[in-house]
Design a protein around this ligand. Structure first.
Ligand SMILES: CC(=O)SCCNC(=O)CCNC(=O)[C@H](O)C(C)(C)COP(=O)(O)OP(=O)(O)OC[C@H]1O[C@@H](n2cnc3c(N)ncnc32)[C@H](O)[C@@H]1OP(=O)(O)O
Ligand SMILES: CC(C)C(=O)C(=O)O
Ligand SMILES: [Mg+2]
Length: 557
């Protein structure tokens, strides 16, 4: 067996901003990516895959800005994806240039099915391209990662050959992607072992793995890969990503953390060693999860491992009894280890700006002066309605203020009348991008439906509402309600998110946010008129099928 060059530590490569963003509706703008990248650096990831620089001018700008702002000497490596094509590699190299430590990640498919149908190339051709493009990437940076796309459906003998040639050409990390989420733990472990045993120059590269969760095995596959020599794990926050998503960072990191004594020997450490297996500051996990969920609009299911709302909640009497006697009877990790803390400072209507700013900083939010002032006004409004403001309320407010959706349409007013004897009617008042004030009213099957129909009459963008979900972020009748919606326009999905104690206001704001994203993506499209849609508008009312209500609905007026 070959000796590996790597340390006894697992490198965490975060692809939330690249593969994570590849899930429908999770599109992030440049500023939002920057906010997430800063938090990923606080979380302690070793590598941030900031995007696919060649894919679009926006992606290029995001990678470049992240390289400049987050890719400092003591910060993470900043990486851009690139196909095994010169133009892609040139774009990646230019975008990561401002980073103190930059990486080009180039890839090509190696499975028969991809070669035959997608690339339409022979094995010999792909072998030559891989070698040539790794060498080309190496001419820009020392740190080159090479991936064999669809590795888990590739003939292993061919895979060994491609990897050997890529390493010889200068790849310092070789990544084995389970692109279609097809492999199983023992099979994946055997593949990694096969690579260690059969690629002659494997001692010159780190073995990395990239997983997808199509059959729910992504984390299990990674853990088996670690046991067999993988030392870099590619994952995304909350497991977001193409199709069923990527391997969830928080799950694999906490598995290694909680069971470190089990994994220690596989990394050549003494069983009892308490030294962390990764550089991740686990106390930043919860905060990062919430930030990514809020900015992408991808909700976290309540029973999700590690970061779900119920992950540390005990409901049944026997469990509660055990936990009260000794927490360890039913808890394998401490809620504080992922950053869920008791609120130490009680914020309420008498609190000032300093306490507010300080608490937001502790929660990981760095707001600009303007954002802080707006958030403070909302905080005071909320404090007038609620006795005590929790961290979750603060997060909802801060996330709302830092969301970087371009405000093309501004919601000035929303008013509804409804009741068991009334036809739900809504009046809305919006300011369009030209600064004109537009008002309209509509009747709907319920108050939210009426509001959305009224907004549709003002904003002339055909769309289909495909998801509407409401979550109560805090407990009690005075809770903040978070609304997340997803709408589709020409096969693209846009999400919108807003929080308010008035669920109707949050619903209206979330819809306007999503429409602003949609509208932003269409800017320059001459066929669109600005505002005031009539017959060209598709009905996008909330239908029974499209409504997903999670948690309790709070309607406090
Ligand atoms: C498994 C993954 O996650 S891979 C990354 C997936 N992410 C993305 O695709 C998001 C960004 N992608 C894009 O913006 C676009 O697809 C672009 C800009 C990269 C390319 O756009 P287009 O030039 O219009 O090509 P299109 O997307 O239609 O097809 C992909 C082309 O790349 C080729 N290709 C795919 N992978 C590779 C690769 N690794 N190396 C070289 N060529 C490749 C395909 O064979 C196809 O070539 P063809 O047009 O000669 O048949
Ligand atoms: C680009 C590669 C690493 C990828 O995302 C995959 O194969 O899933
Ligand atoms: Mg992938």
């Amino acid at each position: 067996m070959n000796k590996q060059p790597q340390t006894d530590r697992i490198i965490i490569f975060d692809t939330t901003l690249r593969d994570g963003e590849q899930c429908p509706g999770a599109t992030l703008n440049v500023d939002e990516k920057l906010v997430i990248a800063r938090q990923l650096a606080r979380l302690g990831v070793d590598v941030i895959e900031a995007g696919f620089a060649f894919a679009s001018p926006g992606d290029f700008e995001a990678v470049e800005k992240i390289a400049k702002a987050v890719g400092t000497e003591d910060g993470p490596v900043i990486c851009s994806l690139a196909r095994a094509i010169k133009a892609d590699i040139q774009a990646a190299a230019a975008a990561i240039k401002p980073a103190a430590k930059g990486r080009i990640h180039t890839f090509i498919s190696t499975s028969d099915i991809h070669l035959e149908y997608q690339l339409k190339k022979s094995k010999a051709e792909v072998l030559a391209i891989a070698e040539e493009m790794v060498a080309y990437a190496k001419s820009f940076v020392d740190d080159v990662e090479f991936s064999t796309m669809d590795a888990t459906r590739t003939d292993p003998e061919y895979l060994y050959q491609v990897l050997e040639r890529a390493i010889a050409a200068g790849a310092t990390t070789i990544n084995i992607p389970d692109t279609v989420g097809y492999t199983t733990p023992s099979e994946f472990g055997a593949l990694i072992k096969g690579i260690k045993d059969n690629v002659p120059n494997i001692d010159q590269a780190i073995i990395s793995v990239h997983g997808h969760n199509d059959i729910g095995l992504a984390v299990a596959n990674f853990l088996e890969a670690v046991k067999n020599g993988a030392r870099q794990l590619e994952c995304a926050i909350n497991g977001i990503g193409e199709r069923a998503g990527n391997t969830a960072l928080e799950e694999v990191v906490m598995a290694l953390h909680v069971r470190r004594q089990y994994y220690n020997p596989f990394l050549g450490r003494p069983v009892e060693s308490e030294a962390p297996l990764t550089n991740i500051d686990t106390r930043q996990i919860y905060k990062t999860s919430r930030l990514v969920s809020n900015l992408t609009g991808m909700l976290v299911q309540p029973n999700k491992a590690i970061v779900g709302a119920n992950a540390f909640a005990h409901e049944s009497g026997i469990h509660q009894d055990g936990v009260l006697k000794n927490r360890l009877t039913y808890e394998i990790m401490d809620a504080q280890s992922i950053g869920l803390t008791e609120n130490q400072i009680v914020l309420g209507k008498h609190s000032g700006r300093n306490a507010f700013r300080t608490r937001l900083r502790e929660l990981g939010f760095e707001l600009s002066e303007t954002e802080l002032n707006k958030a403070f006004i909302r905080f005071k409004e909320l404090a007038d309605k609620k006795k005590e403001i929790s961290d979750w309320d603060l997060e909802a407010i801060a996330n709302d203020e830092t969301q970087q959706t371009p405000e093309l349409f501004h919601l000035e007013l929303v008013q509804v009348s409804c009741g068991n004897q009334a036809r739900p009617t809504a009046t809305v008042y919006l300011r369009n991008p030209a600064g004109e004030e537009l008002m309209d009213a509509a009747i709907g099957t319920g108050p939210v439906d009426a509001v959305y129909k009224a907004i549709n009459r003002v904003v002339n963008v055909p769309n289909e509402l495909i998801e509407f979900s409401v979550q109560s972020v805090t407990k009690g009748i005075d809770a903040m309600g978070e609304v997340t919606i997803r709408l589709r326009h020409n096969h693209r999905v846009f999400s919108g998110h807003a929080a308010n104690t008035d669920i109707i206001v949050a619903s209206a704001q979330a819809y306007v946010n999503a429409l602003n994203r949609l509208y932003g993506s269409l800017q320059g499209d001459q066929t669109l008129r600005i505002g005031r849609g009539e017959s060209s508008m598709n009905e996008s009312g909330v239908t029974e099928e499209s409504v997903v209500v999670q948690g309790s609905m709070v309607n406090q007026q």
